[in-house]
Each structure stands twice: as structure tokens, then as C-alpha cells.
Write a protein that binds this ligand. Structure first.
Ligand SMILES: [Zn+2]
Length: 338
């Protein structure tokens, strides 16, 4: 029909938008994402022989309510589609800083702190025309938390109060593309995974969600008690000794529909049996929008969460026995077959 060619041309730029980055050493040609195209509702109605968009909507509802009664219809139109696959190599870097532990034996074990330094870049503009996605909370806040923790730990070490175990401050890339940087690290660890006693990941710790506008002294904890009772008790002691935040376990459930326990970089440690804690302030209206900007950061909340990050790390680094993965459900659901 009229408009089809024009519409198709307009869609050209969006063709293949399903393609995405993957790690070259894991590349599997069978997994190339198929290209896709879309048409506007008016054109879709025409193609399917409907007189209007509302008829199209009705048809779609009918099919949804009686999916088993669906019968394909032969159309008068055919679509030809030439597929070309473009491959680009994109280089990205993880940045790691190492603080050696003070104990001659325990320094061979390492606590890994992680935060991702990438965000989603330049994208679709918002209503003000702003197309730069700042990522101040996601995950500017976490990277700043890591840098401050590193700085404080270095001061402590110089004063003779450094951690007994070593600490690795790992700023990873490619999180938004599918946890690529942390996947790479966990497949090519600088220090053996067996000697990695825990991972603490911070991804969005600078904001306050709707539920906590009245009480900003909180943080969602994911991991911890659903993996390791030892790690959980270290976290609680660290919290009680310092900032006393409300440690919310709202999302800390292997059955949680959001699946936050798999959704940031900690998972690449968790999948290998390394106990983890993920600190997270919850989602907000600026999530993955240009408006995730620095003026909206709640500095006091960020500072308190960073103190909790520091103290928890220090306690894990100094505890006599490393925390073990001892939660049955976690082991059964995530570790079997690995
Ligand atoms: Zn993030």
C-alpha cells in the first residue's frame, strides 16, 4: 500500500537495532540477534485487511484471549528482506586497583569491590532535547563510593590500620550491555576465584526511592543472608557499628520477579560461588533517562552508604574465618550444574 516504501525507508535506520555487544571470546555465531523491523499501526491495519486501527486492536485482543483458536491469514503482500551482518570491534577497559593486605597469610585472599563505570551513552532525546544520559546515580554514585573507600583504606593502611586481607577495587565496563566487564574479569581473574572471599557490588547508591522520601537512611541489600550467614552477620555488625541504616531485604529473594540478584555485576561472582552483597537504592523516575543527573544526588545518603561499604569491607577483610556459602536454597537454585 501507499506509504509502505516510505515507512520502510524511515525504518531503515532502526533495522538491526536488536544487535548488541558480546565478548569476543564467548562469541557464538548462532546467537546473532535477528534484525527486526516495525510498521506503524495504520499500516499494520491495512496489511492485515482491517479498516481501522481500532479494528486491529480488537483483532489483537481476540487473538490474545483465544490464543489456541489463532489461525494464520494469507496476506496480499510479500516482504523481501536482505540481511547483512555488520561486525564492529569495540574496545573497553576494566580498571583495577589493588591494596595488599597486611597479614602475611591472609593477604593471599582478596575482597573484590565492584562498580560499573559505563552507562548507556547518547540516546533518544527527552522532552527538553537532552540526549546525554549522565548516569550520575547509575553508576557514577557507585564508582565514587569505591574511590572514596579506596582513599580511606589507603589512609588507614599508612596509619598501620590497613585490612588484613587484600582488597581489589574493580571498576568494570560494559555492565549496561549485559554485565560484560565483570564477566570478563570473572573468566580472567587477576587473583584466583578460590581466594576471592567476597564481592561487594555498588550500583546506584546515590538516590532515594519513593518509599523512602521520609527516611533516607536505608539501603536495599541483595545477596548477603540469602547466600551466607557469615557474610550477613559481618554486614550487620558493620552497620550497627557505624551508620545504622535500615537494611531492606525487599528485593532479596531468589523468587523476586525483578531478579535483582542476577542483574548487576555481583552475579558474575555469585555464579562462581563467591558470596556477594549488592547495595542498591532502588529504582526512580530518572532511571536510564538523561535526567539521571548530578543535582539529584542525595550526598548525605551516598556518604552513609559509602561508610557502610568501607566498614563492611574492612570487617570481611579482617575476620578470622572467611564467610562461607551456606544457604541451601541459594546453592540448590544457582550452583548445581556449575
Ligand atoms: Zn547500573
Amino acid at each position: 500500500p501507499e506509504g509502505f516504501i516510505q515507512n520502510a525507508q524511515q525504518s531503515q535506520s532502526r533495522l538491526g537495532a536488536g544487535g548488541r555487544l558480546s565478548l569476543s571470546y564467548l562469541r557464538d555465531n548462532d546467537q546473532i540477534t535477528p534484525a527486526w523491523n516495525s510498521v506503524n499501526p495504520e499500516l499494520a491495519a491495512k496489511l492485515l485487511g482491517q479498516d481501522s486501527v481500532s479494528e486491529l486492536v480488537e483483532l489483537s485482543e481476540e487473538i490474545k484471549t483465544n490464543a489456541s483458536g489463532f489461525k494464520p491469514i494469507e496476506l496480499e503482500y510479500a516482504l523481501s528482506h536482505d540481511v547483512s551482518v555488520n561486525e564492529n570491534t569495540v574496545k573497553a577497559s576494566n580498571i583495577a586497583a589493588f591494596l595488599e593486605g597486611s597479614d602475611p597469610l591472609l593477604k593471599n585472599e582478596v575482597v573484590v569491590l565492584s562498580a560499573h563505570h559505563d552507562h548507556v551513552g547518547i540516546g533518544r532525546p527527552d522532552s527538553t532535547g537532552d540526549a546525554i544520559y549522565n548516569g550520575a546515580d547509575d553508576d557514577g554514585s557507585g564508582t565514587v563510593g569505591l574511590l572514596n573507600t579506596a582513599q580511606a583504606m589507603l589512609v588507614a593502611k599508612k596509619a598501620g590500620a590497613g585490612p588484613k586481607r587484600s582488597v581489589l577495587f574493580l571498576h568494570v565496563s560494559g555492565e549496561e550491555e549485559g554485565l560484560l566487564g565483570s564477566r570478563y574479569y570473572s573468566d580472567h581473574p587477576i587473583y584466583p576465584i578460590e581466594n576471592t572471599v567476597a564481592n561487594i557490588n555498588v550500583d546506584m547508591i546515590g538516590r532515594v526511592d519513593k518509599e523512602h522520601e521520609e527516611n533516607k537512611d536505608y539501603i536495599y541489600v541483595i545477596g548477603g543472608e540469602i547466600i551466607s550467614s557469615g557474610l550477613d552477620s559481618l554486614l550487620r555488625s558493620a552497620n550497627e557499628a557505624t551508620v545504622n541504616l535500615d537494611l531492606s531485604n525487599r528485593y532479596n529473594d531468589l523468587e523476586d520477579p525483578n531478579q535483582f540478584y542476577r542483574r548487576s555485576d555481583h552475579w558474575n561472582f555469585g555464579r562462581l560461588g563467591v558470596p556477594f552483597i549488592f547495595f542498591f537504592n532502588g529504582v526512580h523516575a530518572d532511571y536510564h533517562r538523561p535526567s539521571d543527573s548530578i543535582e539529584k544526588i542525595e550526598w548525605e545518603a551516598l556518604a552513609k552508604r559509602t561508610q557502610l561499604l568501607y566498614t563492611t569491607t574492612a570487617m570481611i577483610a579482617n575476620t578470622e574465618n572467611r564467610p562461607e556459602v551456606d544457604n541451601r536454597e541459594f546453592i540448590e537454585k544457582t550452583q548445581e550444574g556449575n
